[in-house]
Design a protein around this ligand. Structure first.
Ligand code: MN
Length: 333
């Protein structure tokens, strides 16, 4: 069985709202998204479940864990974003009810309204029975270590809702050097923003306050597994030189890498090479790595052929392709 864990979908209403946003605002991000959301094929891949199921069947993918396409409800003002999140979550539940063995889903929230986002997490994990929460990295330049998001993280921790911290475009104050060579999307900007977000959360003490919170990262951890030793080394070095005031918050209870190993899972989305997978498995262990395609932005065939080509002990393969997802997202299949 093959469970894919970072698979984007979108309600047609979300596409419509996006195209309206593109008309209202001329920014590097809206120009970038306009190219994507005006292509009929891209829209079909995101909105048409039967089209998706045919592709899953073609390559023997058992299940998609669905989440709303980036940048998601976070791109809008608070009321519009909150409504889009609610609408996307209702559509997700409908899809799962129609195909309970083929789809599971992560509920969307609009953190720009933190109070309503907490209520939506309660609905996501309560009456909707979804598997966790999707957050597309920063929200209008604000990161989850900020005080205002603490109730949202508390709710996710209390309800055992893993947060899939999916990448998005760098924020308005960061984006300029990414624009001229097309670097602001998945080419470079996504990973730069998501990894910045994670380091902020760790150094801001989020995981001392919420030790049971689980965060999922795509793209084999957005470069961070490669950085774990250096993060520890440089963090300890600042403390050793008496620079603790530079670190801003209270001293952490553990080293940065220890939080990464305790509070994070990573998925293989878009990272279909053996050395990168082997390195990540060596750093994190096979119980924190999960298969993902990143449909429709990456090719199902490539991701499936890659994971099927990997030779590992059977229990490790089973952990990566299905068991970890089943446990973390409490899947019923
Ligand atoms: Mn993705």
């Amino acid at each position: 069985m093959l469970i894919a864990t970072e698979e984007a979908f979108a309600p047609p209403e979300y596409i419509t709202e996006f195209l309206a946003l593109v008309e209202r605002q001329d920014t590097p991000v809206t120009r970038y998204l306009k190219i994507y959301y005006t292509r009929a094929e891209s829209v079909r891949q995101l909105t048409d479940l039967d089209f998706r199921l045919a592709e899953m069947d073609r390559f023997d993918v058992s299940m998609h864990v669905l989440s709303v396409a980036a940048p998601g409800p976070q791109a809008f003002d608070a009321p519009t974003g909150s409504s889009i999140a609610t609408l996307a979550n209702d559509m997700l539940v409908e899809a799962i009810q129609r195909h309970p063995t083929r789809f599971a889903g992560l509920g969307a929230v609009a953190p720009q309204d933190p109070v309503r986002a907490v209520r939506e997490v309660e609905r996501i994990m309560g009456s909707l029975g979804l598997s966790g929460v999707i957050i597309n990295s920063h929200t209008h330049g604000e990161y989850l270590d900020q005080e205002k998001f603490r109730p949202l993280l508390d709710a996710c921790e209390a309800l055992s809702a893993p947060i899939y911290l999916h990448p998005t475009f760098p924020s308005e104050v960061m984006i300029a050097p990414y624009v001229d060579y097309g670097m602001m999307g998945a080419l470079w900007g996504f990973g730069a923003d998501a990894s910045l977000h994670v380091v902020r959360m760790i150094l801001g003490g989020v995981f001392d306050r919420n030790p049971d919170l689980q965060v999922v990262l795509g793209h084999l951890g957005e470069g961070l597994p490669f950085w774990l030793d250096r993060l520890d080394n440089r963090y300890a070095n600042i403390l050793r030189r008496g620079g603790s005031e530079l670190l801003g918050s209270l001293p952490l209870e553990m080293l940065p890498s220890e939080y990464f190993r305790r509070n994070f899972h990573v998925t293989t989305s878009g990272m279909n090479t053996r050395p990168a997978l082997d390195f990540t498995l060596d750093r994190l262990g096979s119980d924190r790595v999960m298969f993902a395609i990143d449909y429709p932005y990456e090719q199902t065939q490539q991701a499936v052929e890659f994971i099927r080509s990997v030779t590992l002990p059977e229990d490790e393969m089973s952990a990566i392709t299905q068991d970890n997802a089943r446990r973390l997202f409490r899947l019923l299949i």
